[in-house]
Design a protein around this ligand. Structure first.
Ligand SMILES: [Zn+2]
Length: 413
């Protein structure tokens, strides 16, 4: 199973917007941009919503059938590890092997020696074609990189083999992810991580490193854009060289766990992948749920009332809701509108405050991020929330489609 050049990860917390999401991908195809949709959902999301991997598969299959989509599509078991993978094996064909927690875990002297034997040829001046200045790599650097990342890649191999035993090696796509950490991996580290991936025999088709800067949920990139640009370009070149040198799968590409809405860097990424004719996988997350709330806010009195109630509850429960997402949100509680203030808003004001239009005078990033993590509140409404979505399917679906097509795909490609 081979992942195409451009793929786009779409999350859908409540599994109601599969068709609206696919419509955006179809619209892209109509203007000549071929993208493979990948429905992704993590174990954490499933637990909070109380849904199961079978639901994501059913949603994807249903959307594809309804819209006669005849191209590839996948269902991603997002951020799984050995403890959580089993529930996904039957229903997914894309697995994001999250080994961030294993960075720095212990490895034996023999394993380090084995890696050093492979890596020692790159000691000294490491020249990557396309990167002007060669990198200096010392023996100490190599030992440091081994101690940091060997345990993580070994764990990725263990998860990969566990899945392969049940599904067969060629029947799924494997991604190795190390993005949910504090420190970004440098292009040099990425090069040697790819060597380890080859050493442990993982036919990874995508790799998700941690990039410079903050990738907060549902809001724009925060960080040094120049540094990101340089790093992203070097990563593309490193992967190209590693594929040719180590014999990794020739479609191996970067996976950017964007957290959605990285509007500042989307055009930069788009330009660079075109410059080098490279593929990309971009994961978005959770913004479809925000479009649902935007749609409801615009759908009349009762629906707006529900949207306001969800905000009010999220406002009261900030600590509980923000806790699990602490590393990927930045909310200043003092700056949030109070539920009493929000109660006075009309639907348009609510939608404009939530909708991410950079520079819009009513857009409020804190408000948006709080609702982003507030999906648990809607999950607790259970049928009531889903019923409201069903009643306003058209207006909600339109928000979802426009968001993915106009704000994401058009900026990226
Ligand atoms: Zn991630």
């Amino acid at each position: 199973m081979k992942l195409e050049k451009y793929s786009f990860g779409i999350g859908d917390r409540f599994a109601q917007q599969g068709e609206a999401q696919l419509k955006a991908i179809i619209k892209a195809k109509e203007i000549g941009i071929e993208i493979v949709p990948v429905w992704n959902k993590s174990n954490r999301e499933h637990e909070i919503i109380r849904s199961s991997p079978a639901d994501t598969r059913a949603e994807a299959d249903k959307a594809v059938r309804a819209l006669n989509w005849n191209d590839d599509y996948h269902v991603d078991a997002d951020h799984i590890n050995l403890n959580t993978v089993d529930a996904f094996i039957e229903h997914s064909d894309f697995f994001t092997l999250d080994v961030a927690d294993y960075i720095g875990s212990e490895v034996s002297e023999q394993e380090i020696e084995k890696f050093l034997a492979l890596a020692s040829g790159y000691e000294g001046l490491l020249k990557i074609p396309g990167i002007e200045k060669p990198f200096q790599v010392s023996k100490d650097d190599l030992v440091g990189i081994a101690k940091n990342f060997l345990g993580a890649v070994r764990e990725a191999a263990a998860i990969f083999n566990h899945i392969a035993d049940q599904k067969g090696v060629n029947n799924f796509i494997a991604e190795v992810s190390m993005d949910e950490v504090e420190n970004p991996q440098t292009p040099v580290e990425l090069f040697f991580i790819l060597l380890m991936i080859q050493q442990y025999g993982i036919p990874a088709q995508t790799i998700a490193p941690k990039f410079t800067g903050r990738f907060n949920k549902g809001v724009d990139y925060v960080g040094n854009v120049e540094q990101f640009t340089k790093e992203f370009e070097q990563d593309l070149l490193v992967i190209d060289f590693a594929v040719k040198t180590f014999g990794l799968p020739d479609n191996l590409k970067l996976s950017v766990h964007s957290g959605s809405d990285k509007f500042t860097i989307y055009p930069i990424m788009g330009k660079l992948i075109q410059k080098y004719d490279k593929g990309i996988h971009v994961k978005t997350a959770g913004t479809t749920w925000l479009e649902e709330i935007i749609g409801l806010a615009m759908a009349g009195k009762r629906a707006l009332k529900m949207a306001k109630a969800i905000y009010a509850s999220a406002y009261e429960r900030q600590d509980e809701l923000c806790g699990p997402y602490a590393t990927v949100i930045d909310i200043d509680p003092a700056n949030l509108p109070t539920p009493e203030a929000v109660d006075q808003w009309d639907g348009e004001k609510f939608a404009n405050t939530l909708r991410h239009i950079p520079g819009h005078p009513e857009y409020h990033a804190g408000f948006r991020q709080l609702i982003h993590v507030g999906y648990k509140v809607a999950a607790e409404l259970e049928g009531e929330y889903l019923k409201m979505l069903g009643e306003h399917k058209d207006i909600v679906g339109e928000q979802v489609m426009i968001n993915i097509f106009e704000r994401h795909i058009q900026r990226l490609f």
